[in-house]
Design a protein around this ligand. Structure first.
Ligand code: C5P
Length: 219
């Protein structure tokens, strides 16, 4: 199977020096890519800027900076993908204006105007063809289940992996994670706290990216 994975944050430039970004380390996405390679998939990793080394054995690595660059790379790769796991923390807004000169500190306050970026996962949801498997992530501080189920429906996903951002041992930057997987068919499966590597393997098994085979435990 060709498996497409996104990882890491995006950076939205304000001027040649500054950008808006987030705390995503890329660890969960890189763990998913590693697990996909290990399972024998033709794995394409599209990554925002992070300090990790791409796993060995990838079919392709595409490094991007902004949400717009990620959107272009991901939509091109999705055309021929069998499954996509969108784990990147894509910026929802970017500065409306890019200043080619460095912004100077003249006034006491500075108001930035932001505009929405493309919701890449929602774009894939509307491009999705029968047989393609689309999995998203929802990192939440409040109302995790309600928000995750809303995204599952709105973005036309097959599964969503939800995790809390406000608890220790999970979410951005952590080496461990725990997620709840919700499917469009109404299934709900909790992957207990484990290393991101083990959680990644469980996500691929439960969602059907890895076809379960005889003798293999599914989680
Ligand atoms: O709606 P929200 O941004 O919380 O959805 C999170 C999911 O959507 C993640 O899978 C993330 O990779 C994806 N996403 C995206 N493009 C955006 C924002 C989020 O692909 N602009």
């Amino acid at each position: 199977m060709k498996v497409l994975i996104t990882a890491g944050p995006t950076r939205e430039a304000l001027d040649p020096m500054r950008y808006i970004s987030n705390r995503s380390s890329g660890k969960m996405g890189y763990a998913l890519a590693e697990a996909a390679v290990k399972a024998g998939h033709e794995t394409v990793l599209v990554s925002g800027p992070c300090s990790l080394t791409p796993p060995e054995g990838l079919a392709k690595f595409v490094g991007v900076i902004s949400a717009a660059e990620m959107a272009e790379a991901v939509k091109a790769e999705f055309q021929t993908a069998d499954a996509a796991v969108m784990c990147a923390a894509v910026a929802d807004y970017r500065p409306k204006q890019f200043s080619t000169s460095k912004i100077k500190k003249n006034d006491e306050t500075l108001i930035l105007e932001l505009e929405r970026t493309e919701d890449i996962l929602a774009s894939l949801g509307s491009m999705k063809k029968p047989g393609q498997l689309l999995i998203g992530f929802a990192a939440e501080t409040d109302d995790m289940e309600k928000n995750a189920l809303g995204k599952l429906q709105r973005k036309n996903l097959d599964w969503i992996a939800a995790n809390r951002l406000d608890l220790p041992g999970q979410g951005a930057e952590s080496n461990t994670n725990t997620v709840v997987l919700y499917s469009v068919k109404g299934e709900q499966i909790t992957i207990p706290l484990a290393s991101k590597r083990d959680v990644a393997e469980a996500i691929l098994n439960v969602t059907g990216v890895n076809k379960p085979c005889k003798g293999n435990s599914i989680i």
